[in-house]
Design a protein around this ligand. Sequence first.
Ligand SMILES: *[C@@H]1O[C@H](CO)[C@@H](O)[C@H](O)[C@H]1NC(C)=O
Ligand SMILES: *[C@@H]1O[C@H](CO)[C@@H](O)[C@H](O)[C@H]1NC(C)=O
Ligand SMILES: *[C@@H]1O[C@H](CO)[C@@H](O)[C@H](O)[C@H]1NC(C)=O
Ligand SMILES: *[C@@H]1O[C@H](CO)[C@@H](O)[C@H](O)[C@H]1NC(C)=O
Ligand SMILES: *[C@@H]1O[C@H](CO)[C@@H](O)[C@H](O)[C@H]1NC(C)=O
Ligand SMILES: *[C@@H]1O[C@H](CO)[C@@H](O)[C@H](O)[C@H]1NC(C)=O
Ligand SMILES: *[C@@H]1O[C@H](CO)[C@@H](O)[C@H](O)[C@H]1NC(C)=O
Length: 740
Amino acid sequence: MKALHISEKQDIEFWPRIEPDLGPSVQARSSRAALVLGGCLSYLALSLFLFPSWPPFRNCKHSKWHRERMPLSMLEEIMMLTPQEEEARKHSDYYTSGPHLGGKNFSQAMWTKERWEEYGIPEVEIVSYDIYTNYPKSHRLGLLKAKGDDYKLLYEASLEEPALEEDPTTALKDRIPTFHGYSANGNVTAEFVYANYGTYNDFEDLLSHGVNVTGKVVLCKYGHIFRGLKVKRAQDLGAVGVLIYSDPGDDGKITELNGYKAYPDGPARNKESVQRGSVQFLSFGPGDPTTPGYASKPGVERQDPSPFIPSIPSLPISYMDALPLLTALNGHGKNTSEFGEYWRTGGLYHKNVQYFSGPAKGIVVNLHNEVEYVITPHWNVIGKIPGYIKDETVIIGNHRDAWIAGGAADPNSGSAALLEIAKSFGKMIELGWKPARTILLASWDGEEYGLLGSTEWVEDHQKLLHTTALAYLNVDVGARSPVFSVAANPLLQDLVFNATQKVVDPNRAQQGHFDDSVYDVWNKKVRTLGSGSDYTAFQDHLGIPSVDMGFGGEDANGPVYHYHSNYDSFHWMEKFGDPGFKYHVAIAKIWGLMALQLAETPIVSFNATAYASSLACLKDFVSASQKFDAEASRLAHELAKDIPWWNWWKKAALWLKARAINQKYKYLDRAFLHPEGLDDGRHWFKHVVYAPGKWTGYSGDVFPGLLEAGREGNWTNVCRWVRIIRHSVDVATKELSGPL
Ligand SMILES: *[C@@H]1O[C@H](CO)[C@@H](O)[C@H](O)[C@H]1NC(C)=O
Ligand SMILES: *[C@@H]1O[C@H](CO)[C@@H](O)[C@H](O)[C@H]1NC(C)=O
Ligand SMILES: *[C@@H]1O[C@H](CO)[C@@H](O)[C@H](O)[C@H]1NC(C)=O
Ligand SMILES: *[C@@H]1O[C@H](CO)[C@@H](O)[C@H](O)[C@H]1NC(C)=O
Ligand SMILES: *[C@@H]1O[C@H](CO)[C@@H](O)[C@H](O)[C@H]1NC(C)=O
Ligand SMILES: *[C@@H]1O[C@H](CO)[C@@H](O)[C@H](O)[C@H]1NC(C)=O
Ligand SMILES: *[C@@H]1O[C@H](CO)[C@@H](O)[C@H](O)[C@H]1NC(C)=O
């Protein structure tokens, strides 16, 4: 369907011809007639004038004078039909065929831009920032025994993931070595101590049992908290280096011990797989650590990055490389299995590991980490589909960079889905569609190191985003299991429910159950947003309601996912993760449907009641939200009715009211920003409701300021945060109850 445009020129020429007839010197009768005629004509002109400026929503489809817009149901149909498995597979194959570490692969940015343009996204540009980052140069880990003044080598760690014949990208010449993003340079030789998951509490347990980590290298497992915070706590306690390994005890029941074969022959963990990753202190602030709070444009002033990145070296290792170190500690220091249940989750008891704390006198490791720090361009690709309403923008985004050549799940399953959405939007545009609200597509660079591309872009455009952004929809891992997983601002929960209800679950469909939607199969848990992906700057820094979702949930019976490893490859995806690429297509549909509903419905599909209820105990906010949502829904019903064209004043009044409601929805979450931010060096985090946990990084805290003050037992601060929260809630409540 083509949009019907009223010629503006015709409108303008209309007026001058009428005006002379309205002069006072004309006869009374003709004057009265002229007045009536003039009234009618101005009425008509005003109607015509009003409609072109209020065209976003189809509301008078029978009149040829008004733009006829494609109904949402038709747009949704295009979104449901366009994404294809075979296409998603091709995109995935492209992205995962070569290395694309943050700031290292311009051709993938160009390629993404070209595809979006080819599909018909009207405005696409590459937006670049100069970011302080590091790249691996060399590394070494040796286990040594003191022998007089010298050392005897007991074990030389391989620090390498073996190339597999059946998995071509694991064997690339230019594959990326194992290392930690933002790790410090260093060459240390010291005794070492085992620290379980390296959480704040694990270190407390060690200290309370008399195990001192000062001057030692800390050896700990991945899991539970963001890896950078393990390094931070070790550094704070005086450790000189950190080694983090992947223990099969965290792989659930799919282990070699339980008889499963390891990748590439089966679903269990390859024992030489290594989890790369960033060791930035994520919960203290993401983005370029030398430009906190402002964009890394060429030539900007840069600051000391040390509050945000480690000063002690660290390396990620496989459990094969950890085994000799762990067994060397047997019988030395404390038997940590006695510290409690939480210390008994290790999966290597059968390999003669007793999980002793160490240190073992005279047994040391030599940890050498050499990285190169540079300031280098990172490339975001930003696509824009201008809508009728300029100051209500829906943003959807995914990052493109990966730790390895692969990245078939993280993040390029999302990138493949984003391309299929761009293609769907292109189809709609070809049929004459222009969205009611503006839609932005983002392909971020440098997410893995610390949400670099998205954070710098958000900081760069914060003024504009503050007044225009309605919501940000993030997909990082789009598909790696059949388990749908979502974290969201409750304002957006209805959108998630609606979209997941419309998409059939691919596995259930394959079994013949075509009525089972993703929603039906899903556990209905909407988690609290923390950090760990690109929504962070939107939600936690600017108060833009966000969603983070994907088929990336834990599947107890599914294959082990080789996170940030060479084995998160196209081959793994095709064989184990999402054979047939059905879940790639499912996430594209869900994501696209959400964007469409947000961009197209006259009343923004927010649920303030859900937000207020999620904050519990704040009664007047809940009741104000309920009233507001009810009014919004009443108005949505009114607007859905056919109002005759001549009744324009009623229509105008409704539209003005709709506009007021949408504005209030848009600014609602902004009421929860506290300009000074959180305490203790976490000032970048401005949201009083959402922030990553200070010592967890990934998982979200509700009322983080208050929580931290409570944890620290600082009652002055607790009272201060109660006042700050009360104030935000009062502002939000007042806004919602205010006149429309
Ligand atoms: C960028 O990625 C593509 C594949 O997606 C690959 O062919 C190319 O070699 C990579 N470029 C660099 C500089 O690594
Ligand atoms: C690291 O330190 C060890 C001993 O402290 C030394 O033997 C070795 O040469 C150093 N390595 C490098 C690359 O400097
Ligand atoms: C831990 O070891 C360091 C250095 O050996 C020492 O200075 C410190 O006092 C020790 N801490 C405790 C609690 O024993
Ligand atoms: C360590 O403690 C656990 C739990 O109490 C116990 O089962 C195990 O036998 C102990 N190991 C050694 C070597 O004493
Ligand atoms: C969303 O779902 C609700 C409840 O099922 C329904 O009333 C509403 O019409 C849906 N909205 C859209 C835009 O699909
Ligand atoms: C909004 O959220 C509330 C609380 O979760 C829920 O009861 C209500 O049904 C939601 N409204 C809509 C329109 O879905
Ligand atoms: C509590 O926090 C405030 C900052 O808000 C600080 O000035 C004060 O020293 C803290 N009190 C204690 C006992 O730590």
